[in-house]
Write a protein that binds this ligand. Sequence first.
Ligand code: NAP
Length: 888
Amino acid sequence: MANAAGAGGAQQADVAVVGAGFAGLYLLHRLRKAGFSAIGLESGNDVGGTWYWNRYPGARCDIQTSDYSYTWDPELEKAWTWSEKYATQPEILRYLGFVADRYDLRRDIRFGTTVSAATWDDGTQRWLLTTSSGAPVSCRYYVMASGCLSAPKPPEIEGFKDFKGEVYFTGRWPHEKVDFTGKRVAVIGTGSSAIQSIPLIAQQAAHLTVFQRTPNFALPAHNGPSPADRVEMLQKDIPAFREQARWSMAGVPLPPATDFSWQLSDAERRERFEKAWAAGDLVVMLTQLWADQAVDVDGNTLVADLLREKVRAVVKDPETAEALTPRDHPFGSKRPCLDTGYYATYNRPNVTLVNLRREPIKSITASGIKTDSRTVDVDAIVFATGFDAMTGAITAVHPISGRGGKSIAEAWEHGPQTYLGLTVAGFPNLFMITGPGSPSVLSNMMVSIEQHVDWITDRLVALREAGFTTIEATDTAQAGWQRHNADCSMITLHRLANTWYTGANVPGKPQGVMPYTGGVGPYRGICNEVVERGMLGFRLTGANGAEQCNDGEIVRLQPDVRLVLNLLASMNLPPLESFGAQGARDFLTQFNATRPAGRPVGEVVDGTLPGTDGPLPYRLYRPSTPGPHPIVVYFHGGGWVLGDEQSDDPLCRDLCRRTGMAFVSVGYRHAPEHRFPTAAEDSYAALCWIAGHAAELGGRPGPVSVAGWSAGGNMAAVTCQMARDRGGPQIAGQLLICPVTDCTFDRPSYVDNATGYFLTRSLMYWFWDLYCSPADRTDPRVSPLRGKLAGLPPAMVVTCEFDPLRDEGVAYAEAMAAEGVPVEQLKARGHFHSSFAMVDVVITGVGGRVQMARALRRFAGLPVEETPTRQDNTAQRPIQAAAAGAAD
Ligand code: NAP
């Protein structure tokens, strides 16, 4: 309980919490239990937050209620039973009232009170809050539990004030019953709120006119009792169910689909889709169809097309059906909706849809709404026009002034900047629950709210125990978090739509994906890691000059690379070199069998070609476009010891599709059976044969290009030197991906990345030892950096930040450039040695592979702007942006 009086008449509290919704109530409970005095400030006259304000007809949750409940007290879970799969707003509000009573929370909340200003005082190291009623509040910590969708967007339509009829906002619905019987009603907007309310308003109104700017994807809720399988799953082991949700991607315990769309037949895809449609569950439709549905435009289009069919199947008038069909954004990139009879409503004779894309609203008049081509007179207008989401409740409601008097609105002038979505540099002791930069609205809010409340409360307890009184994010940590968020947003498709997630719905708002798209489980892991690493990225201060600042960035790896490395670490594998050569090969075969199968290309042909000492296998990948195609001779990775012409199959397929060029992957012989210079000589012999038999392979005669990854990059570099020195063949260009170029092991990347990034320094030592005796190591056929570099073909050299081989790749690129060779470098930030080979696993590698494909096309004299397939998730946005995401 906060003290009633204090210095200057302010009410004193350890913590002030704005908002008495799900977040505020749980926070007040936890703070009280932890022995802090706390005061809740709530503008509504009762608890409920979003469920207090959003009372419009049809308002329900659209995450199954079994998942949309508090989980912090097992007794509470037993004490409340939801009546439906998706509870109504009144039932959810009753639940929150029940919780407030059960834990006696109302006594700490000042209702009907808004904060008019919050100011940090550096002298007292406290926040001072002025409020619309009651005494000001002085608190050590200030927490915004004010919700992500709680600041309704003002109606920015001209003439709004002239309207003489009734006006309603879905987000500020009156408490009294609203009766539309016999009235002409307009609804503006077709987001979740509109889609829930339109069918019910249509049942009452004499006529309903819906003004739609952008159609949304909507699925039937199939509401009713909670599905039996779900109830059974929950009841069988409630703690396990909840724990699984906490570590999932979306906060609902559903492991994501693992099959890729191209591995399924049309019939199999339709079957999955219809099952998801029947489930009536957004999370099922968003995550359970195929692995590429949320990360790849092509995989997503397959879902979107099936959803579009459903609109046409219900809505009888073809023009209305077309207007209701979303075509401008991938499914899930904008918040999809759950509906009950939404599309069928448009078959009613008393409902009209006005397509604002065809006839925009010009103004609101005294009697109705005027578009470019008609005036619709109405008795009531319902604004279902949404919210100034995520930042609105923090910047637009009251000024929050931090260190030096700077307001948060100023600090976020170009978009929200946070550390973990929880704190803001320059604003000590300020926390946000589910703020921008946290998973919040992209997750089951209940899971995210509880995680934030627990994290904050636990930190406050730890600060108290350690004698610290302030906590503040550092600039470095915050900048790193922004970068990590931007990296995450390159994985999903949210950035491809104009939505409230990106700020696009509010005129003039800075744009960018605001929620964290990396998933609630990984996010939880990161928040825990911040603590384990000594409050990394936070400055803590206390009495008598006590200070602790463990500065740094919490995530420097690309998000998917981090997941891959964490997974590998959790497997606790013995070092690869401990298996011996054959054991390591067997391991690689097994490892490769578990990876996503590469995507289809036009044709794959296996064959042999004559090597220096007998036949060598090759695998030819032909594009689906008519040939002949320019040829790329490809050399696989594996440290001259492992792999074969098929082991980089997904990468070859990917580059074949992106370039529209034929790839011939060569099976050169390996050490220790065949030591240096066998691999180099085999590779050169294969290159000569392929170049000489291009037409036979369906290739375009003329110079071929070479490409390779890792030791294959070494082969590609070496064969270019051999071809130059031995009179051919002519090479158009070389793509060297994380190549071995030199036998020196003391460059910084060998030290910095010696362990922890899969390719280790000791594994490289082993490869070198098996392939090449010390006396041979400076030979340019294995250390091309030691060779003559002038006169080599144009090159693209790709290096990864967290790769022992990084610096020798960069050295090779620089040395070639110094000798006049045209060189393009891609320095992939946050990537590791295998990033670009792990196609469809390391999604953030897409941008880099797009850049590589462009280089290969340029080498071959093909137009680089042409994209032969639409297979990557960057297809709808400039490719450069994707590439920039992966590279410095
Ligand atoms: P919303 O999704 O932002 O939808 C607003 C609608 O109004 C959009 O169709 C928008 O068109 C339209 N609009 C906005 N300004 C307009 C203008 N000046 N002229 C014409 N049309 C205009 O808002 P919402 O429906 O309130 O939903 C917001 C979020 O709240 C949801 O996405 C969901 O996360 C949450 N919500 C949840 C539930 C639930 O069941 N749990 C229910 C309701 C809401 P554009 O698309 O063209 O901008």
